[in-house]
Design a protein around this ligand. Structure first.
Ligand code: FES
Length: 167
C-alpha cells in the first residue's frame, strides 16, 4: 500500500496531551515509563503505524535515546513500523480459536479482500495483522480484534457485517 498519506513527523496536540497525562503518573526522572502509552498515542495519530520521525519525537519528549524507543517499538507486536491499512484486523488463530473454526474466518477475509494475512488492502483501509498470541477471548472463538474492539463467535456473515461497517 502507499506510504504517501501517513507521514506524521511530529506529535500532534492530542498525542502530547495524552503523553503529558501519562507522565503525571511517574516521577520526573522516570519519563521512559510512559513509552508504551506514548507510542500508542503516536501510532493512533498516524492511523496505525509509527514513522521514524514520530519515534524520534517520542524519544525527545521522554528524554530517551532514539534507539531505546526503536527497540520498544520493534519488540511489541502491537506496534507497526511500516505503513499498514488504517483498520487493524487481527484474527486469532491460536489453538482454541483454531479448533472453533478460525481457518474458515481467515480464508473468508483473505478472499474478501484479495490479500493475505500480513498485508493491507491497496486502498489503505484494512490491515490483516499476523496474530502471534492468543487474544484471551478463547471462550468466544473464533474471534478477532478490529482496532481496539473484540468480536466473538464469528461466522463469515458476522465478519462481513463488522468489516463492511468500517469507514
Ligand atoms: S485462542 Fe483465540 S482467543 Fe485464545
Amino acid at each position: 500500500m502507499s506510504a504517501e498519506k501517513n507521514k506524521s513527523t511530529e506529535l500532534d496536540n492530542h498525542s502530547i496531551e495524552e503523553i503529558d497525562e501519562w507522565l503525571k503518573r511517574y516521577p520526573e526522572d522516570q519519563k521512559q515509563s510512559a513509552v508504551l502509552a506514548a507510542l500508542r498515542a503516536a501510532q493512533h495519530q498516524n492511523e496505525g503505524f509509527l514513522t521514524v520521525e514520530l519515534m524520534d519525537a517520542v524519544a525527545d519528549k521522554l528524554e530517551m535515546s532514539k534507539i531505546a524507543v526503536y527497540e520498544v517499538a520493534s519488540f511489541y507486536s502491537m506496534f507497526e513500523t511500516k505503513p499498514v491499512g488504517r483498520h487493524c484486523v487481527a484474527i486469532c488463530t491460536n489453538i482454541s480459536c483454531m479448533l472453533m473454526g478460525s481457518d474458515t474466518i481467515v480464508n473468508h477475509v483473505e478472499k474478501k479482500y484479495g490479500i493475505k494475512i500480513g498485508e493491507s488492502t491497496p486502498d489503505g483501509k484494512i490491515f490483516l495483522k499476523v496474530e502471534e498470541e492468543c487474544l484471551a477471548g478463547c471462550d468466544g472463538g473464533p474471534m478477532m480484534q478490529v482496532d481496539h474492539v473484540y468480536h466473538m463467535s464469528l461466522t463469515p456473515e458476522k465478519v462481513d457485517k463488522i468489516l463492511d461497517s468500517l469507514e
